[in-house]
Design a protein around this ligand. Structure first.
Ligand code: G
Ligand code: G
Ligand code: MN
Ligand code: NA
Length: 254
């Protein structure tokens, strides 16, 4: 209950902020997008991990307000970069499955297009595999409504649970993000290399781009290159950055 009040207050008092973790295209070696990650600096309790408050927000019905705040803050940041003459990367937002399933996307999206002028293709939504337990029919409808506005969609944490390629085959999504648990042991002897290789080949065969998350070593990166992975993300390439740090990266790239 205390956390509930704290989250409400944090939303009102702007205690939340965003950090951005770059994703790199392995062909061009360019940053092509950044994942938006929510951060909370509580005035007395200090830093609280999203793993903790997002779970709480999901259980207490607050998560859609939170996700909406993030989506709007990300849109605002893109517009701000454009206004500064910076060519911004696409931004990917993590959505709770609850937000994805329950939200009125028409009204969320029109509230963004009323306020901002950039093409909505600059925004991506990351859906966790959890949403894949919904019926394919329902998923197709929801995803189609979002895709027709220009936003793209990734399946996050792929490979851990319900997310099987047969379930996403008929969905109009753009990217599959292989969960970092598989990347962790890529250079070990556990057979994860075979799994990652199979996911990459099948996902690409179905027309999806493949992202490897949690890349921490040069060895992992080199294996992913050899496996023809499309995009990489992880501490080896960059930790999540403040907006100003990301701007410096964009300057250096151009
Ligand atoms: O950034 P970090 O590793 O601390 O994130 C921990 C978890 O919280 C991850 O699963 C991540 O997807 C999730 N998360 C981070 N930011 C958001 C957000 O804005 N909305 C939602 N729903 N989840 C988030
Ligand atoms: O569930 P999701 O993939 O959205 O989780 C994103 C979280 O993963 C972020 O909180 C981010 O800080 C974390 N993360 C990003 N790169 C790495 C990495 O290379 N190693 C580890 N351990 N965590 C990472
Ligand atoms: Mn994610
Ligand atoms: Na993930």
């Amino acid at each position: 209950l205390e956390l509930w009040k704290d989250i409400q207050q944090a939303l009102e008092e702007d205690q939340f902020y965003l950090v951005f973790q770059p994703l790199y295209d392995l062909k061009s070696n360019h940053m092509i997008s950044a994942e938006v990650l929510l951060r909370w600096e509580h005035p007395t309790r200090g830093f609280i991990s999203p793993a903790k408050f997002v779970t709480f927000a999901e259980q207490s019905g607050l998560v859609s307000r939170l996700d909406n705040w993030v989506l709007n803050a990300a849109a605002k940041q893109i517009q701000q970069w454009i206004d500064q003459g910076i060519e911004p990367p696409h931004l990917a937002i993590n959505l709770s499955g609850l937000t994805f399933m329950r939200s009125d996307w028409d009204s969320i999206i029109s509230s963004i297009t009323e306020r901002y002028q950039f093409p909505l293709a600059m925004l991506e939504l990351e859906l966790t595999e959890g949403v894949l337990i919904e019926s394919v029919d329902l998923l197709q409808k929801k995803i189609a409504a979002i895709r027709k506005t220009g936003l793209s969609i990734s399946i996050d944490d792929f490979g851990t649970g319900y997310s099987s390629l047969s379930r996403i085959r008929s969905l109009d999504i753009n990217k599959v993000k292989i969960d970092r648990a598989f990347i962790e042991d890529l250079d070990g002897s556990t057979g994860d290399k075979k799994v990652v290789e199979a996911i990459i080949q099948m996902a690409q065969g179905l027309g999806f781009s493949v992202v490897a998350e949690g890349v921490e070593t040069a060895e992992q990166l080199s294996i992913l290159r050899n496996l023809n992975c499309d995009i990489v993300q992880g501490f080896l390439l960059s930790k999540p950055l403040m907006a100003s740090q990301l701007e410096r990266l964009m300057d250096n790239q151009n």
